[in-house]
Design a protein around this ligand. Structure first.
Ligand code: DI6
Ligand code: FE
Length: 406
């Protein structure tokens, strides 16, 4: 830029290297500088190339690495109670299914969530949200799915929205009403009818869901039932996502791809034809190593096939009280490397740019590029690979949300 008028910035950030994650790669800028106006990045490059500028706020980050703010694209952060007791039972040899038959499992979280007040749900979810934020998360997706009635699902979605108002974090809300069977219904098709006729239209009309999700599994809903529910979502203009092929291969992923699903999540049991369908529909593969680990699964998602077909891979916590009580997205990045053989670069792309794509917000979030929202983190590390290397710990130095230190 050879312009006589200096560029006017709200803030200028310098003093660290940046892994911008442009195109899903580190795309490193050494000795980077980032100029922000109105919460958006207006300039990014090497500090030595900075044109003349004026700003009220110049911040020296004091070394380390800057990355995009982390994006947790799959969580069930809002729920009543917890299931630590079931964890102990499982360690003593009681199976997940036996626990479910005794009224535990998802049903116990549904009861506790229905019984909890909004204030109680906000307070318990806020603690979990703060853990994610302290470890670099600036955008989080939160699903409903422990309400399973109009009132209780809307309560969960309202709580999720309130968390986004109360904290410096962007919340994307997903309606997962097709998660399990509520006790009032005996027949799965009847419940799906209720979701299509009543619950989804109401949630859409109130603008309380950014997307719609379903659990497609033998213990939950069939491919046909989920397809019917997705048709309603499509009619209402809501994008879809799916929990599929986690424990068995039912064809949910390929069906979801036919609806141009934003993402198919878990997907341990997908086959080559599913991967091909995902590549064609632009569906992101969301890997959830926390649930894989907790359930002691052995079938890994087919990472090589996903790479071969160029399907973008995201990594998320799946934070939930049953199968993934995970509160660090960085730990999930580590586990995606250790358990699924992702590279640390793929893991970081999976928690930034491809997580943004899984939420349909990659045009504004997930990488450090001009025009994008200025959500970024400066870490006390010597290389970006360290983010996937440490198991936990406190690496965050500075967290910037929409251009402000928060
Ligand atoms: N897949 C899971 O692993 C969780 N939900 C889902 O659809 C389980 C949630 C729970 O056990 O509470
Ligand atoms: Fe989940």
């Amino acid at each position: 830029m050879t312009n006589d008028t200096p560029m006017k910035l709200d803030s200028l950030w310098r003093g660290a290297h940046a892994a911008t994650m442009k195109n899903g790669l580190y795309s490193v800028i050494e000795n980077a500088a980032i100029g922000v106006v109105g919460g958006r990045i207006v300039w990014i490059g090497e500090e030595k190339d900075l044109p003349d500028y004026l700003t009220q706020q110049e911040q020296d980050l004091g070394g380390g690495w800057i990355t995009p703010g982390l994006i947790d694209c799959h969580t069930h952060l809002v729920f009543g109670g917890n299931r630590a007791g079931e964890f102990e039972q499982r360690l003593n040899g009681v199976s997940y299914q036996e626990i479910a038959q005794q009224g535990g499992g998802i049903a116990s979280s549904v009861k506790a969530t229905r019984d909890a007040s909004e204030a109680e749900l906000i307070a318990s979810a806020a603690r979990r949200l703060k853990s994610l934020m302290a470890d670099g998360v600036t955008t989080v997706e939160i699903k409903s799915g422990y309400g399973l009635s109009l009132d209780a699902e809307l309560k969960m979605l309202r709580v999720a929205g309130q968390l986004g108002n109360d904290f410096p974090v962007t919340v994307k809300r997903t309606c997962l009403a097709a998660h399990a069977m509520p006790p009032e219904f005996k027949d799965k098709d009847d419940y799906i009818d209720y979701l299509c006729e009543t619950l989804l239209p109401k949630a859409a009309k109130l603008g309380m869901a950014d997307a719609v999700d379903a659990f497609c599994e033998g213990i939950a809903f069939s491919t046909e039932q989920v397809a019917r529910y997705f048709k309603t979502a499509e009619f209402l203009g809501l994008p879809v996502k799916i929990h599929a092929e986690q424990l068995s291969s039912l064809g949910g992923t390929a069906m979801a791809a036919s609806f141009k699903a934003l993402s198919a999540d878990h997907i341990e049991f997908i086959e080559e034809s599913d991967v091909k369908a995902m590549a064609e529909s632009g569906t992101v593969a969301v890997l959830l190593p926390g649930a894989f680990f907790t359930l002691k699964e052995t079938q890994r998602p087919p990472i090589d096939l996903l790479r071969q077909y160029g399907v973008p891979m995201a990594v998320a916590t799946d934070a939930n009280p049953g199968t993934s009580p995970a509160l660090s997205l960085r730990l999930m990045m580590n586990m995606s490397c250790t358990l699924f053989a992702l590279t640390p670069e793929e893991a970081l792309a999976g928690a930034t740019i491809y997580a943004a794509k899984a939420l349909g917000i990659a045009d504004t979030h997930g990488s450090l590029e001009v025009g994008k929202v200025a959500d970024f983190v400066c870490w006390e590390v010597e290389s970006p690979g360290e983010l996937s290397y440490w198991l936990g710990g406190d690496l965050l130095k500075t967290r910037v949300y929409q251009g402000e230190k928060k």
